[in-house]
Ligand binder design. Structure first.
Ligand code: PRP
Length: 212
């Protein structure tokens, strides 16, 4: 038996066609069911439905053999004990710096203002501003980042952008792309050794199904 930890929502919908192309057929959709363990028609494979940010934890501790997770989350978490054999090239988006459109970002920087940065991604944000030599205070948020500069909680945000609609709807503009983000397959190193045959076949099937 092998298990794959995967979040519901966008990541799941983007990865489902790849799973299907790799021969995985689900007995039920996680969107319609409240079950957190989803059986597949392959008696050797189960899906575990977990929060995106929890996927690396399930896989590191061996509670799942494999997981699908965005590289945004992977960069923020410990990845010891994990292999990252396949960039699935799905869930494509970017981690960007954005600011209210009426604020002149470059003049703030020139004046040496210490920026208040709202983000779910403190490690990547700190790394980015440190490389630029810009002083920041990080304000960790868990969602609705675009709201924070509108109500004075932060000056800028570092957040995921996909279509750009959320930024636009809230009067923010993208200043710079910090990182391109995709979904990755991660595999527990011990599982990979112990279940090499079955995991190897699954990884190969998924790699052949991925685009590009
Ligand atoms: C993500 C991200 C942005 C939005 C970007 O939020 O944090 O808010 O999607 O997508 P867009 O560019 O296509 O508008 P999500 O919907 O995952 O919710 P969250 O605010 O809880 O993170």
């Amino acid at each position: 038996m092998i298990t794959l930890a995967i979040p519901k929502g966008r990541i799941f919908h983007d990865v489902l066609p790849l799973l299907e192309a790799a021969g995985v057929e689900l007995f039920e959709s996680p969107d319609l069911s409240r079950k957190l363990i989803i059986e597949t028609k392959n008696p050797d494979l189960r899906l575990l439905i977990v929060r995106t940010s929890d996927v690396p934890t399930y896989v590191r501790f061996g509670a799942a053999d494999m997981g699908v997770v965005g590289s945004d989350v992977l960069f923020e978490t410990a990845t010891d004990g994990l292999y990252q054999p396949v960039d699935l090239n799905t869930g494509v988006c970017r981690l960007s710096l954005a600011i209210p459109k009426e604020v002149d970002y470059y003049s703030l920087i020139k004046r040496g203002v210490k920026l208040r940065v709202a983000t779910k991604y403190p490690k990547q944000a700190l790394e980015y501003f440190a490389l630029k030599g810009i002083q920041v205070d990080i304000i960790k948020l868990y969602g609705s980042m675009e709201l924070s500069p509108l109500v004075g909680l932060s000056d800028v945000i570092v957040d995921l952008v996909s279509s750009g609609q959320t930024l636009k709807a809230n009067g923010l503009v993208e200043i710079e792309v910090i990182k391109d983000i995709t979904s990755r397959l991660i595999v527990n190193k011990a599982s990979f050794k112990m279940k090499n045959d079955i995991l190897g076949k699954f990884i190969t099937a998924l790699s052949s199904a991925r685009k590009g």
